[in-house]
Design a binder for this molecule. Structure first.
Ligand code: ATP
Length: 332
């Protein structure tokens, strides 16, 4: 792993993992897992920033579900480090130390805090401090690269700012990470409102918004067959309505066919045929994932062993970083 760049990615164990997460993230992670030294963290401490919506039993279950889905989608524990954030206490410890060097103004500017806090009656300090916890996640592992989508850019920028400020105050201790701009995966939109992005949180509460990675063939069929299409039902990429374009896009990424092939296949313009075939493609894509998932989730000790091993690998790096951080601050 020595010469490979280290990449840190995290997923919050809340909501329902969906086909958009697979297309836009998991499948690409699997594709790139040999290229990088990957750390995949299930960020359960971040889930606690909105405690009202998270019950202990729910969180426990979701952590296992996300871990099992990582493995079922093809992440290999022999190649990558997979672990749960709260199992490595150095995340919280580094957060406190970084809090002490982070100006409040930097956190007040975060747009995600502004939009999330607007919806809440009472806003916890954890939600405000979320970016510092995220910076700790990244900096703890001497991360070279962080994959970022448009909505995450501010988070990597603040992580870099915090690392640079720390290094300015205490010496060159923290590695300043770069953004990993990947050949962007397709962005999958909601099936009931194709103007909105498919998302884990909405998918959990709203039927027909998303296709969950664990949805049954019947549910997948219902969701796709009742998807919003609008009155313009052209089955050509450049002329399709947002709903049809979303289906064409999903069909394209899952089959690997070119636009021309797809347009010629659906040249009679019958969007009903597109829906029916997409149903089959999605069911076939998810079948092996669900089969593997069911095997893993029912083998309790296997998952625990994988997470334990990941915790040990992560802890080794985290302890070393904390040692350097504490020495530089005079805590050791
Ligand atoms: P939430 O509703 O909790 O914000 P989300 O579904 O938007 O969740 P994230 O946890 O923000 O998902 O993202 C996990 C990964 O999945 C990220 O790499 C993100 O780019 C990717 N991703 C999320 N939604 C989509 C989508 N609709 N299409 C493609 N990729 C997506």
């Amino acid at each position: 792993m020595k010469n490979k760049k280290r990449v840190f990615s995290g997923v919050q164990p809340t909501g329902q993992m969906h086909i958009g997460n697979y297309v836009g993230a998991l499948s690409l992670w699997v594709e790139n897992q040999k290229k990088y030294d990957n750390i995949f963290c299930i960020v359960d401490l971040h889930a606690l920033t909105i405690p009202e919506s998270i019950e202990p039993q729910y969180l426990r279950k979701k952590v296992k579900q996300v871990a099992a889905l990582y493995l079922a989608c093809g992440i290999e524990p022999e190649q990558s480090t997979i672990f749960v954030q709260s199992h490595v206490p150095q995340h919280s410890e580094l957060t406190w130390l970084l809090n002490c060097v982070t100006p409040i103004g930097w956190l007040e500017r975060m747009t995600q805090f502004k939009s999330k806090s607007k919806k809440l009656e009472s806003v916890g300090t954890g939600l405000f401090d979320y970016p510092v916890l995220m910076a700790s996640d990244i900096l703890l592992y001497k991360t070279d690269l962080v994959p970022v989508g448009e909505d995450q850019k501010q988070h990597i920028e603040i992580t870099r700012d915090i690392a640079q400020r720390f290094n300015h105050l205490y010496g060159e201790v923290l590695k300043v990470p770069e953004e990993l701009i990947r050949k962007s995966g397709a962005r999958i939109m909601s099936f009931d409102d194709p103007e909105a992005k498919m998302s884990k949180s909405t998918g959990e509460n709203k039927k027909r918004h998303a296709i969950g990675l664990l949805d049954s063939p019947e549910t997948i069929r219902e969701t796709i067959m009742s998807a919003t299409t609008d009155s313009n039902r052209e089955t050509r990429f450049d002329y399709a309505s947002p709903g049809i374009l979303n289906m064409l896009t999903l069909y394209q990424v899952l089959t690997g066919q070119s636009r021309a092939e797809i347009e010629s296949h659906f040249s009679d313009g019958k969007y009903g045929k597109l829906k029916k075939e997409l149903v089959e493609v999605v069911i076939e894509t998810l079948k092996p994932i669900q089969k593997k998932y069911n095997r893993i989730i029912n083998e309790e000790t296997y998952l625990d062993d994988v997470l334990k091993e990941g915790e040990e690998k992560a802890t080794e790096i985290a302890v070393d970083t904390m040692d350097n951080v504490k020495k530089s601050m005079g805590l050791k």
